[in-house]
Design a protein around this ligand. Structure first.
Ligand code: 13P
Length: 250
């Protein structure tokens, strides 16, 4: 099955509103020669401005997280209703920084998945192992638990637009990229897990992105792998020329 490439930038806690809009202007120079879905995930503060600046580009705009309640006394939290209200259509859930620094457990993420689905947000669901887990041979078990528990209770039909991002924690922001072979092996394993959990048809169609120190000079080799359908880029998505080269990978 041919899957449409998906190239995503997670801006993390970078960029003011003005800087975000300038970055979008810079990304308009990308040719998008691979006809990829292109997604950017700015901070909540810039979401609406980025939606407006992206008009006519086809860029998908994502929040980097959202809470699972629609509204209420939850100081500092942002609900899926509020995310939708900015004009954003996508949300990243389960990023390893959310899991490790802000206490997002599988159980919490499962509720966030439900809330995002309820409001029609497309979810980019992140999974990945730490170095210690990889070195002790637990990679597949860790990822399987993240998928089974995080997506528990939802079927293939509800999750039909889901995108998975495999981000090995040891490769995020470290300059250490998984080799294309490591990415391919893990993506293949993830696809097999999803076939078991949600059916073969779902698994054949779901897009699985690789994330972790993706840059202009390693994206081509990573994207060449059969089960890699896209990339989720951190640092290099903040610089228009670099991200444009990633978008227009060979
Ligand atoms: P880097 O590309 O900076 O390693 O970040 C990856 C990431 O966490 C994207 O979500």
């Amino acid at each position: 099955m041919s899957r449409k490439p998906f190239i995503a930038g997670n801006w993390k806690m970078h960029n003011t509103v003005e800087e975000s809009v300038n970055l979008i202007e810079g990304l308009k120079a990308a040719k998008n020669k691979n006809n990829a879905d292109i997604m950017v995930a700015p901070s909540f503060t810039s979401l609406n401005a980025v939606v407006k600046a992206s008009a006519g580009t086809g860029f998908k705009v994502a929040a980097q997280d959202c809470y699972y309640e629609d509204k209420g006394a939850f100081t500092s939290q942002v609900s899926p209703v509020q995310v939708k209200g900015t004009g954003a259509t996508h949300v990243i859930l389960g990023h390893s920084e959310r899991r490790s620094l802000f206490g997002d457990t599988d159980e919490i993420l499962n509720k966030k998945v439900g809330a995002a689905l309820n409001h029609g947000l497309v979810i980019v669901f992140c999974v990945g192992e730490t170095l210690e887990q990889r070195e002790s041979g637990k990679t597949e078990k860790v990822i399987k638990d993240q998928l089974v528990n995080g997506l528990k209770g939802f079927g293939a039909e509800q999750l039909k637009d889901l995108v998975i991002a495999y981000e090995p924690v040891w490769a995020i922001g470290t300059g250490k990229t998984a080799t294309p072979e490591q990415a391919q092996d893990t993506h293949k394993a993830i696809r097999a897990m999803l076939a078991e959990q949600l059916g073969k048809e779902f698994a054949a169609g779901v897009r699985i992105l690789y994330g972790g120190s993706v840059k202009a000079d390693n994206v081509d080799a990573i994207m060449a792998k059969e089960d890699v359908d896209g990339v989720l880029v951190g640092g290099q998505s903040l610089i228009a020329e670099k991200f444009n080269r990633i978008i227009d990978y060979n």
